[in-house]
Design a protein around this ligand. Structure first.
Ligand SMILES: [Zn+2]
Ligand SMILES: [Zn+2]
Length: 217
């Protein structure tokens, strides 16, 4: 049985998965490392208790402190190949604004994006992998659409963590998408797993019935 501990870091949420060993899912914005370590400690976890850091996709609110957390924990960082390439060049993985609000938001943050050092993960994946060898009962599946290298975690107990595949108070498509058809296909894939509950990075958790309604719109 895996325990899920969501950790709020302002605009984004990361997750600590506690199984036989512990996995950190996502690593917040640049500069979030201190806050993350404090919040982990409040939950009873020391940095060295973490066996793996999984980055759901190549946006800097998810991998921004990955290099610092790698140093602090000694754990390797894992990402999908499609997004690893862009951040190794110092660029956020591309995703187009889907709404007018997203376009305005993008203009506002433009100057602040790209201010990160190129980063290379230790383990680059391009297929489904089991997390059992990292001490957590679950697996990683490729769920592109928000970005082409977006991944989700499917725990054996039926819980899913989907990064930015869905966001908002009620489940909605993300503000930025690389391909809406692919995104909808990935959402259907997650629903086909009969998830118990769906955790996301900006909002949620969601129940599958509400996510199904989103696909009907
Ligand atoms: Zn994102
Ligand atoms: Zn995000």
């Amino acid at each position: 049985m895996t325990e899920i501990h969501p950790i709020a870091l302002g605009t984004v949420r990361v997750f600590l998965l506690k199984g036989e060993r512990n996995i950190l899912v996502d690593a917040g914005n640049p500069g979030d490392d201190g806050k993350m370590v404090r919040k982990l400690s409040a939950l009873g976890f020391r940095p060295e208790d973490i066996s793996l850091i999984i980055i759901t996709h190549g946006h800097q609110d998810h991998f921004g402190s990955a290099d610092r957390m790698r140093e602090i924990t000694g754990a390797p960082v894992m990402m999908h190949a499609n997004d690893a390439f862009s951040i190794a060049e110092g660029k956020n993985q591309s995703a187009a604004p889907r709404t007018l609000a997203a376009k305005i938001y993008m203009r506002l943050i433009k100057g602040r994006l790209s201010k990160f050092t190129p980063f290379e993960p230790d383990i680059v994946i391009d297929k489904e992998i089991s997390l059992h060898e990292y001490g957590v009962e679950g697996k990683i599946i490729h769920t592109p659409g928000h970005t082409s290298g977006s991944i989700s975690i499917h725990l054996d107990d039926g819980t899913c963590i989907v990064g930015d595949m869905l966001m908002g108070r009620r489940p909605a498509y993300p503000m930025f998408v690389s391909d809406i058809g692919t995104l909808r296909h990935s959402i259907r894939r997650i629903l086909s797993l009969n998830p118990r509950l769906i955790y996301a990075s900006h909002g949620g958790p969601y129940i599958p019935a509400d996510v199904e309604k989103l696909l009907l719109r």
